[in-house]
Write a protein that binds this ligand. Structure first.
Ligand code: UD1
Ligand code: CA
Length: 465
């Protein structure tokens, strides 16, 4: 369900000093996506892109680029003077938007759309100026502490740096996620002052400001504090990554995928895997990869942005990037497929075989130790061990074509551009520099010579026995 009249602002302008990085914090990845993409995608489950605003500052250009496809709006916060200031700079664009205003932090990517819907409902039904999400943490260090009253309302939020030793004992923490009545929020935001040790405009001060105007802010505590984990350093980044991975493998297992030692595999959120497929330990399945039913993905294999049909077998230690394997194809162990390699139905790619920009036709086999680049290989072709396509002359790449039913003898060197005709044979160890017609035998090597008695003569000459 989409909310009507809902504006969502995502704060993402900070550098994130505690990350110790040249890269803005929200551009770091967890669960296979940048933090800001996770938050924006959640926001887009609740409202239209025209009403999702991302406040950018540090590396604004990269953040804009990362989000370009999503069609959301941007607000520039050139100088980062605090979370309250981040909203103040957007006042002109945002205050014109009636209804509700939800604030999210770009470094808090695990929040779910369902929890946000509950928050919005709480704000609406209790008719308060604002509602916010809290959690109880055994170790609340670093978070703002939420001071509440008996009526379930928030009196104030105090930041770690400004809290008294008594306030530091409070375990109720501020998630940084709020839903306000937009009109009331904009009527009061101007009253935030940078009167704290950090000299920043704290958004959290709005609670007390609304309080002194006789308006209330309610809180909603989430049962699972993981949902509101904010990322400030790389330890927290790794924790959040593990949570995303855990969610993904559980979702897949419940949908009928066998995952051996699930704690060892890495599967990005955009990956799709069919029923009865088996994923062996330490596999990494990344990006937009889709895998059909009844496949096996061998231990330690890495698949990225690739498409596998049904019943595909990928042996251990295989790397597949931007490639396609059709039904019942095999690859690996120790194979490498990249740049639009295309293994058709039932074709086999064996150990230490590399395919680059190459089609291997249905039922064809390249079982051992080969490099096949910029090649179009037909159906039922046998590629012997050690076959190499010399596709690069030092300046340009050239194509190799091998027609249906051809037999390429072991250790052949095909110097491209070259064409091997249908059902042709190549003698083992050939260097092929000219096209071979259909049904022909191509041999490109010097003849073998046996010199009778050569070894005996040599012994006599050298005086050796
Ligand atoms: C903030 C809250 C704290 C809460 C915690 C939850 C305040 C003052 N404190 O603290 O109560 O417990 O989040 O994770 O709000 N940002 C801007 N512009 C700025 C400053 C920050 O866009 O000028 C963005 C950052 O990029 C970040 C988010 O706001 O995505 C939060 O900022 P951060 O500095 O991490 O706040 P915390 O210290 O974690
Ligand atoms: Ca934070």
């Amino acid at each position: 369900m989409m909310e009507t009249e809902l504006t969502i602002v995502i704060l993402a302008a900070g550098l994130g000093t505690r990350m110790k990085s040249a890269k803005a914090k929200v551009l770091h990845s967890a669960g296979g996506q940048t933090l800001i993409e996770h938050v924006v995608d959640t926001a887009l489950q609740l409202t239209v892109p025209e009403r999702v605003f991302v406040v950018v500052g540090h590396q604004a250009e990269q953040v804009r680029k990362t989000l370009a496809a999503r069609g959301v709006q941007f607000i520039e916060q050139a100088e980062q003077k605090g979370t309250g200031h981040a909203l103040m700079v957007g006042r002109e664009a945002l205050a014109a938007m009636p209804g509700k205003l939800v604030v999210l932090y770009g470094d808090c990517p695990l929040i779910s759309a369902d929890t946000l819907r509950q928050l919005i409902r709480l704000q609406r039904e209790s008719a308060v100026a604002g509602a916010m999400i809290t959690a109880r943490l055994e170790d609340p260090t670093g978070y703002g502490r939420v001071l509440t009253d008996a009526a379930g309302c928030v009196q104030a939020i105090v930041e770690q740096r400004a809290a008294t030793s008594e306030q530091l004992l409070v375990k109720e923490i501020n998630s940084g996620i709020y839903c306000f009545s937009a009109a009331e929020f904009w009527a009061h935001i101007g009253q935030i002052r940078p009167d704290n040790p950090a000299k920043e405009y704290y958004l959290t001060d709005i609670v007390e400001i609304l309080g002194s105007a006789g308006r209330r802010v309610r809180f909603m505590r989430v049962d699972d504090p993981a949902e509101v984990l904010g990322i400030n350093n790389r330890i927290e980044l790794a924790q959040v990554d593990a949570l995303f991975r855990g969610r993904k493998v559980e979702e897949l297992m419940l949908a009928g995928v066998t995952i051996e030692k699930p704690e060892t595999v890495t599967i990005d959120s955009g990956v799709e895997i069919g029923m009865d497929t088996v994923i062996e330990p330490f596999a990494r399945i990344l990006g937009s990869t889709t895998i059909g039913e009844e496949c096996v993905i061998g231990a330690c294999s890495i698949l990225r942005d690739s498409r596998l049909g049904r019943g595909v077998l990928v042996g251990p230690f295989t790397s597949i990037h931007g490639s396609r394997l059709e039904d019942y194809a095999h690859a690996g162990p120790y194979a490498r497929l990249r740049q639009s390699a295309h293994v058709e139905t039932g074709a086999h790619v064996g150990n230490f075989v590399e395919l680059k920009k190459t089609r291997l036709g249905a039922g064809s086999k390249a079982m051992h130790l080969a490099y096949l680049g910029d090649s179009d290989i037909g159906q039922g072709v046998n590629i012997g061990a050690g076959t190499i396509t010399c596709n690069y002359d030092g300046v340009k790449k050239h194509a190799t074509t091998i027609a249906d039913g051809a037999f390429i003898g072991s250790n052949s060197t095909l110097v491209a551009p070259v064409e091997i005709g249908e059902s042709a044979y190549l003698g083992a160890g050939s260097v092929i520099t000219h096209d071979v017609p259909p049904e022909a035998l191509g041999i490109g090597r010097s003849r073998q010579v046996n010199k009778e008695g050569w070894a005996r003569k040599r012994r006599v000459l050298t005086g050796n026995r």
